[in-house]
Design a protein around this ligand. Structure first.
Ligand code: ADP
Length: 748
């Protein structure tokens, strides 16, 4: 009979009842409370109404009581006196009984399944013995039921089936189900075991490796500690997964290669570089705009427009909390403060500052690094900059982008484009590193002396901020407020030791430097400070006071002879304006006529562009003065352009050449205090040119009174200092004829 394990057993023979304990041979009835948790069940309605009679066959086996079950009974009455139960029972008959063969078949099937399961699941020995001795379908079911997760209700439902055939079918079903469940559990247990085994094996191997590593450490302390140190650094660097894999690959190669292997050093440097990079992302700091403005003003005199533009940029960055779309390109002559203001921007943003000089890069590899296989490979300058500053979001100044040269080794400008493109620079891959690095949080600023040689796609990507150069008054302020105090401070001299009077400073600016910026001025001031320092150290007590009278003693001969307007002139000579490395200067176009056959002779250090421009000028003058056609046919014209023009004023001398030749053939002189700049077309139109602020500054310095500039350059006057504009008559012109009229060549 089914033996539901949750059944209470109640001794039936009251005479043998010994206060709750039972022993072998006792007759009991097994009944179950409807609710198993109910310890308080005392009355018949709290129990299921059908139970099973049984005899205790073995009082206790391993904590179980074995009961030989017999017939089913109806529980008619239960009474409980506070100590013992008494039950009244009637026998309950089965219907539809099984014949012996059927019963046996079922028994064999069930026992086979259970035995098999026990073998697989490594059931304890006693339990297997017990099962092997079971000799009836009832016993096997009873034993299995212990393992079945059935509620008392489910068990009772089986017990209550009167048809023996039906009941035994249900029992078989339950046992088979149990076998099935155990089988699946068993299988998943097996899988789990396999997994565990693999993990155990791995951990054992790892321990073994660590042990061997330690042994190696002792044998070869230096070499192995390299590897352990690098390994630790890789783990701690916070590098991305791709980089980590690449670094581990290199590390494994190092291990295999051994310390004397020829790749060891290269691999070491590579991992050393990778792990030395800042990988952890840094959050941008909240920026106080007023504070930023203060920092910019403290560090740099003037440059109002530049500072305004920078403040706008910072404000946008503050709102976006990321790198802005436009990259600023600072354009101006050397020493105008482009790089040093970059430093102030970093200070204002609370970021690191790093300057990467691109001047002279011919090779894309220099920007992106060489492939690691090159001996002595150096990471590209960009990643090198990041490495040096140790921060992933610095202000990075890319200096001299106009000095990049395209060569057969790839186009460095296009590599730079990739660096600057926010769409691409989050995965910038340096050839040397060979793994992507996120440059998107870097604030890039580029600088250039002029924009002419910057490839268009690169220029297009950037917004130009002009550094127009300083007037003598600006320079005076910069010298007094910044250059001199800084130099004195760095050399440890005080105001008692050195004084430079204002006139002397003015002379230094006008006679000893000729530049748009203040680099030369800084050098001169540094020289004076060094002299004072030597004086101080030698203990020659006397403080130095620099005046115009003793300036030459300290500074040497006046080195600079910049152009001054000529004291007198003759026909064929006109004052032009040119743009030089130092800013601007004046330059005279000279022309003469000599007997010949209408040839044009051009001298001076001039390039092809300038030659063409002179030819255009001659054709134009021929057209404008048909009455002088004989002169053109019977004379040779010689045009000479001075050195000042060579650098880049290829075409901007056009207007000057036209005026000079017109003056030459008409014999009418042009006042030397009149200067001009502008490109001229074949039809005589005056077209815009660069460097207007520098040129006007030079004109004013040279003593020019009137300057003709192209009408289309009028907007540039905004960048010209007021003190320059005040001293010059500036005449914008559209056609070259207007100039000829104003200077008196067209007058009659
Ligand atoms: P650039 O990068 O344009 O060649 P730098 O930034 O190197 O010029 O400037 C040269 C020197 O002149 C630096 O010492 C810088 O501090 C100083 N300087 C330039 N402009 C100013 C300015 N407006 N105020 C104070 N110092 C300046």
């Amino acid at each position: 009979m089914l033996l539901p394990n949750a059944f209470a057993y109640i001794p039936v023979d009251a005479t043998k009842n010994t206060g709750g304990t039972i022993s072998k041979g006792d007759r009991v009835v097994l009944i179950s409370a409807k609710n198993t948790d109910d310890d308080e069940a005392t009355t018949a309605d709290m129990f299921f109404p059908i139970g099973v009679m049984g005899t205790v066959s073995e009082s206790v086996i391993q904590g179980y009581i074995a009961i030989q079950t017999e017939d089913r009974v109806n529980i008619d009455q239960i009474t409980y006196d506070g100590r013992e139960f008494a039950v009244e029972l009637t026998h309950r008959d089965d219907t539809d009984e099984l014949d012996d063969d059927e019963r046996y078949d079922r028994f064999i099937r069930m026992k086979g399944a259970v035995t098999n399961l026990m073998k697989k699941s490594n059931a304890p020995e006693w339990w297997r013995n017990f099962v092997s001795k079971l000799d009836s379908i009832e016993k096997i079911t009873a034993a299995s039921s212990l393992a079945m997760n059935l509620t008392p209700r489910q068990k009772y439902d089986v017990l209550a089936i009167d048809s023996e055939r039906e009941r035994s079918r249900k029992m078989e079903e339950l046992v088979m189900e149990l076998v099935e469940i155990s089988e699946t559990n068993f299988q998943s247990q097996l899988d789990q075991n396999k997994k565990n085994q693999k993990a155990y094996r791995e951990s054992a191997i790892r321990h073994q490796m660590e042990y061997l590593q330690k042994e190696l450490d002792e044998l070869d302390p230096e070499g192995v500690s390299d590897i352990r140190r690098l390994e630790k650094r890789i783990e701690e660097s916070g590098m991305n997964e791709v980089a980590r894999k690449e670094a581990m690959k290199a590390l494994n190669r190092m291990k295999q290669d051994g310390q004397n292997g020829h790749e060891y050093g290269t691999l070491y440097d590579y991992i050393d570089f990778l792990t030395g990079l800042p990988w952890k992302s840094e959050e941008p700091k909240e920026i106080d705009l007023e504070e930023a403005e203060k920092i910019l003003d403290e560090d740099h005199f003037g440059l109002e427009k530049v500072k305004d533009r920078i403040i706008q940029q910072i404000a946008v960055m503050n709102l976006n909390r990321k790198q802005y779309g436009t990259i600023l390109l600072f354009v101006g002559a050397p020493g105008t403060g482009k790089t040093s203001i970059g430093q102030s921007i970093a200070k204002a943003l609370g970021r690191e500052y790093v300057r990467v000089s691109l001047g002279g890069i011919r090779d894309e590899a220099e920007k992106r690094g060489h492939r690691r296989t090159y001996i002595g490979a150096m990471p590209g300058r960009i990643m090198d900059g990041i490495h040096k500053c140790g921060s992933s979001n610095p202000v990075m100044m890319l200096d001299e982008v106009d000095k990049l040269y395209a060569s057969y080794n790839g186009d460095p400008a296009s590599a730079l484009l990739e660096v600057l493109d926010p769409e691409q620079n989050s995965t910038f891959t340096d050839h040397y590193m060979n793994v992507p690095y996120d440059l998107s949080r870097v604030v890039f600023i580029c600088t250039a002396n002029d924009t002419d040689r910057i490839p268009y796609p690169l220029l297009n990507r950037m917004e130009i901020v002009q550094f127009p150069g300083y007037t003598p008054v600006d320079k005076m302020n910069i010298a007094r407020r910044h250059l001199l105090p800084k130099a004195m401070d760095s050399m440890g001299i005080s105001e008692k030791d050195l004084a430079i009077d204002d006139e002397a400073m003015r002379r230094i600016i006008s006679d000893y430097t000729m530049e748009a910026g203040v680099r030369g001025l800084k050098k001169r001031i540094d020289t004076l400070c060094r002299i004072a320092a030597v004086n101080l150290v030698k203990g020659q007590g006397e403080p130095i006071t620099v005046t115009p009278d003793n300036l030459r003693q300290y500074m040497g001969r006046k080195p600079i002879r910049y152009g001054r307007v000529l004291p007198d002139t003759r026909a064929g000579i006109v004052t032009g304006l040119c743009w030089t490395a130092g800013g601007g200067d004046i330059g005279f176009i000279e022309s003469t006529l000599m007997p010949g056959r209408g040839k044009l002779i051009v001298t001076g250090q001039i390039g092809n562009v300038m030659k063409e421009s002179i030819m255009i000028a001659v054709s134009l003058v021929q057209n404008m003065f048909p009455e002088y056609s004989r002169t053109f046919n019977e004379m040779d014209i010689h045009v000479h352009a001075p050195e000042g023009y060579i650098k880049k004023d290829g075409t901007s001398a056009g207007i000057t050449v036209v005026t000079a030749i017109s003056s030459l053939i008409t014999g009418r002189t042009v006042a030397p205090e009149i200067a001009m700049t502008g490109e001229v077309s074949l039809r005589g139109r005056v077209m815009p040119v660069g460097g207007i602020p520098e040129k006007l500054m030079a004109a004013q310095r040279a003593g020019v009174k009137t300057v003709f500039i192209p009408q289309d350059n009028v907007d540039d006057l905004e960048d010209v200092a007021d003190e320059v504009k005040e001293k010059l008559e500036i005449v914008p012109v559209t056609y070259v004829g207007e100039v000829l009229e104003r200077v008196g060549i067209f007058s009659d």
